[in-house]
Design a protein around this ligand. Structure first.
Ligand SMILES: N=CN[C@@H](CCC(=O)O)C(=O)O
Ligand SMILES: [Zn+2]
Length: 407
């Protein structure tokens, strides 16, 4: 087994220091578990040693990172990458005042159904490569632009070629052909569609949004989520995106791992999330507010109350066609009142929690070498140099001869 030493790391952000377990009550950089002038050793795709460069052990290969910062690879816990078609005109209309209501999802459904498997595979592959090029090493991918049994299974099969974090979203919207009979569509989703999709999915999700005629009511959402839970899937919820609603309370009631968006929250919603902070994360998606010209969620209110907060892109063709976690971090700092430390934590360890993963989102001996490197000396540059491509996933040797460290 060969070992590679990465040395001259200006700042190693482990997200695994004594204060790194949660954002609650930790001020400053405490949540990041930073080691300065650091080094780490990778063996067979795993972290074998972490410490200061001066104490580094001998190894077979040595890579000098010349003062760059190294972080856990970003965990993008919310994306809809399996789609075809273009909705740039919808975005342009929103920039001049049009409101988002979910109606454009049908446009993506038509284009996605018409695409070949090869075309969808290529599109997802391209998007995942864009993510890696910006430092993301884990991505969750949802179905939801198929909305027939065959098309949803196909989306999940293709998503499963890129990640183990696959999510069944047959309850994204009621498709146009089912509008006359919503109840029949919910029966399809909770019956034959769920049965066919469950073997290909780890998670189930629902767009619970009473403020959109296209999405699902509280009762419909509860039916979808409980059926999915009974079929052995873990739960996630799109909630409180377009206005106040039952999404957060439903997610907490059903012990979902995450409720995502959380743009419009009542005091009761926040209290429920505080009570459930060991179980249910609030995943904020500020790229959506950017791309829909909506008010940003109040991240400060959530963090100060003790809610478990995560950040993700929600990359999708409608509300945010960006797959950049550095962009999300910059928005979180500039627009949502998060400190740079909080934003980095929420994009790594926080979003790993939102996927109920303890092995990723932090740099720990024995853990996978899923790392991001910055062409910059510190994590502060992620927001400070917004829009500049300074982050990338660090390619580490997995033990196979083809792999070459590229730092
Ligand atoms: N809100 C529901 N789903 C996506 C938007 C999908 C679309 O408009 O195509 C979201 O998370 O914002
Ligand atoms: Zn989404």
């Amino acid at each position: 087994m060969s070992s590679t030493l990465y040395t001259s790391i200006g700042e190693l952000v482990t997200c695994d220091g004594p204060d790194s377990g949660t954002l609650a009550g930790v001020a400053g950089d405490g949540v990041l578990g930073i080691v300065r002038n650091a080094a780490l050793v990778v063996e067979d795709g795993r972290i074998a040693w972490i410490g200061t460069a001066a104490d580094a052990p001998d190894s077979d290969t040595r890579v000098d990172l010349e003062g760059r910062a190294v972080l856990p690879g970003f965990v993008d816990s919310h994306s809809h990458l399996v789609f075809d078609g273009d909705r740039a005109a919808e975005f342009a209309a929103r920039m001049t005042g049009e409101r988002y209501d979910g109606g454009g999802i049908g446009v993506s459904v038509d284009a996605t159904r018409a695409a070949s498997d090869e075309r969808l595979r290529e599109l997802v592959g391209r998007r995942v490569a864009e993510m890696r090029a910006q430092g993301t090493t884990t991505v969750e991918i949802k179905s939801g632009y198929g909305l027939t049994v065959e098309d949803e299974v196909r989306a999940l099969r293709i998503a499963g070629e890129f990640t183990t974090e696959t999510t069944f979203l047959g309850a994204h919207v009621v498709p146009p052909e089912a509008r006359g009979d919503r109840a029949a569509y919910v029966e399809l989703v909770t019956g034959p569609m769920l049965e066919a999709c469950a073997p290909h999915a780890k998670w189930a999700d629902v767009f619970c949004e009473p403020n959109s005629a296209h999405a699902f009511t509280e009762d419909e959402s509860r039916a979808v989520l409980t059926a999915a839970r009974d079929a052995g899937l873990e739960l996630r919820v799109h909630g409180n995106q377009l206005g106040p609603g039952p999404g957060v309370r439903l997610a907490v009631e059903l012990a979902a791992a995450s409720v995502d968006h959380c743009t419009y929250l009542s005091d009761d919603d926040v209290d429920a999330l505080v009570q459930a902070s060991d179980t249910t994360a609030a995943t904020l998606l500020p790229g959506v507010e950017f791309s829909t010209r909506s008010p940003y969620p109040d991240a400060r209110r959530l963090i100060d109350a003790g809610v478990s907060v995560a950040l993700a892109t929600d990359c999708n063709p409608g509300t945010c066609y960006s797959d950049s976690m550095p962009f999300v971090i910059a928005l979180a700092v500039r627009e949502m009142g998060m400190t740079p430390s909080e934003a980095v934590w929420a994009a790594t360890r926080g979003s790993a929690r939102a996927l109920r993963r303890d092995d990723i989102g932090r740099i720990v001996v024995g853990g996978p070498a899923d790392l991001a490197v910055l062409d910059a000396p510190s994590h502060l540059h992620l927001a400070y140099r917004a829009g500049v491509p300074i982050a990338r996933a660090l390619v580490t040797p997995s033990g196979t001869s083809e792999d070459r460290p590229q730092a």
